[in-house]
Design a protein around this ligand. Structure first.
Ligand SMILES: Cc1cc2nc3c(=O)[nH]c(=O)nc-3n(C[C@H](O)[C@H](O)[C@H](O)COP(=O)(O)OP(=O)(O)OC[C@H]3O[C@@H](n4cnc5c(N)ncnc54)[C@H](O)[C@@H]3O)c2cc1C
Length: 362
């Protein structure tokens, strides 16, 4: 666990930078587990590139028909008062830090889908909004992997597993997760759901879910379209910094290039963020831009209509909307580009990892 994910998701660090740093400072080799993990991130993006909006629907049938699952996350889970310590601790940690270890993400997703029978999509939409590293491909496809709609079997865990990997406060003996794998499997495949016993003491101390916001708070100082004037851009070059490319612009831009941060309204209305994420992203964006804009794609087009040139970096979260307005540089690659759709990580890895070994020889 490196804690790098928010920096990678938001483009502060590229995968080649992460790799080179690790090789130089901790003598990492291309066969190290961490390179594999970076590979999972890229693989999920590969699936997103080929499936597009399809990643927001089940990739294939799961253990039960879609109609068996609730479309809403239960309020006790959202309020961290299920009475199952591992779940309540995970939810509290998510709200307090915007981060969860991979195990905790898997436990939370597995509990929601298989023990509360909530549709993976409801859980994925909720979690991605609270994570600082929320990435639509890694998040939604990981939920599908846990649910069994993106893998061949549901991911299950029990109290013993938690006791092995988590601190004592997370241990959950005697709760609904304290079952054999046979019982859990039976439940996941349609057996009776266990009764949820919400502990009154836990319920009384329930935590409050942070609000989600689909617009930047006014105190951040992001300018709305009505305060922007296209005349300031006539004949100027513009470099757009967006939330998935929070790094300094290339140094070969024409003098007098305006470096502007951009938040596109359509994206944020669909995928709201916690206040903590807005603050994290916006402080990084403020450091590297001259001003930041909040507008929709049409307003951005009008604003940039007389600019000499407009450039930015590609990223699947925003690229489809920016492509018509700006020349997008391809993201720096660690793994080889794989054009043929690969239905499994191992197939993708056998092609994509070649470039990592090549890099090692240099
Ligand atoms: C239900 C669920 C939801 C998830 N949602 C996200 C998400 O929104 N954004 C996100 O970046 N990751 C997500 N992950 C993957 C993984 O949990 C996080 O990348 C990891 O916990 C981040 O912590 P780290 O940087 O310390 O990871 P490390 O273990 O230090 O790994 C280094 C980097 O490798 C990548 N990585 C590691 N494991 C995975 C993985 N299993 N899948 C994809 N990439 C991985 C990340 O970029 C990570 O920063 C999710 C996993 C699950 C099970």
């Amino acid at each position: 666990m490196t804690g790098l994910s928010p920096f990678i998701t938001h483009g502060v660090l590229t995968l080649p930078q992460v790799y080179d740093h690790l090789v130089q400072h901790v003598q990492l080799t291309p066969g190290h587990k961490l390179i594999y993990e970076l590979g999972w991130r890229e693989y999920f993006r590969h699936v997103w590139a080929h499936r597009g909006e399809g990643i927001f629907e089940s990739l294939h049938d799961g253990p039960l028909p879609e109609s068996a699952y609730d479309r809403e996350l239960p309020s006790d889970l959202r309020a961290a008062c299920t009475g199952v310590p591992v779940i309540d601790q995970a939810v509290r940690t998510l709200y307090a830090t915007g981060y969860l270890h991979n195990h905790a993400r898997m436990w939370l997703a597995s509990y929601a889908v298989h023990l509360r029978r909530v549709h993976w999509r409801a859980g994925a939409d909720w979690m991605v909004a609270h994570l600082l590293d929320g990435d639509l491909a890694s998040n939604h496809l990981s939920w599908q992997w846990v649910a069994g709609t993106g893998s061949h079997k549901p991911y299950l865990f029990n109290a013993e597993n938690v006791a092995r990997y988590a601190p004592a406060a997370w241990h959950s003996p005697g709760t609904v997760v304290d079952q054999s794998y046979e019982t859990l499997e039976r439940i996941a495949r349609g057996g009776d759901l266990p009764a949820q016993e919400v502990d009154a003491r836990v319920a009384a101390s329930s935590c409050v879910e942070p609000l989600l916001h689909d617009t930047p708070a006014s105190e951040l100082g992001v300018k709305p379209a009505r305060l922007l004037d296209a005349r300031q851009l006539v004949g100027r070059s513009v470099w757009l910094v967006h939330p998935w490319a929070l790094r300094a612009p290339p140094d070969n831009l024409p003098a007098n290039t305006l470096v502007a941060g951009v938040y596109l309204r359509g994206f944020h209305q669909r995928w709201p963020w916690s206040q903590a994420r807005w603050a994290w992203v916006d402080s990084a964006m403020a450091e590297i831009t001259q001003e930041r804009w909040w507008l929709d794609a049409g307003e951005l087009r009008a604003l940039l209509s007389q600019a000499a040139s407009v450039r930015s970096l590609d990223d699947p979260h925003i690229g489809p909307e920016l492509r018509a307005l700006a020349r997008l540089d391809a993201p720096a690659r660690l793994f080889s580009q794989v054009d043929r759709p690969c239905g499994s990580f191992s197939k993708w890895w056998s092609i994509a990892s070649a470039s990592v070994w090549e890099r090692e020889k240099r």
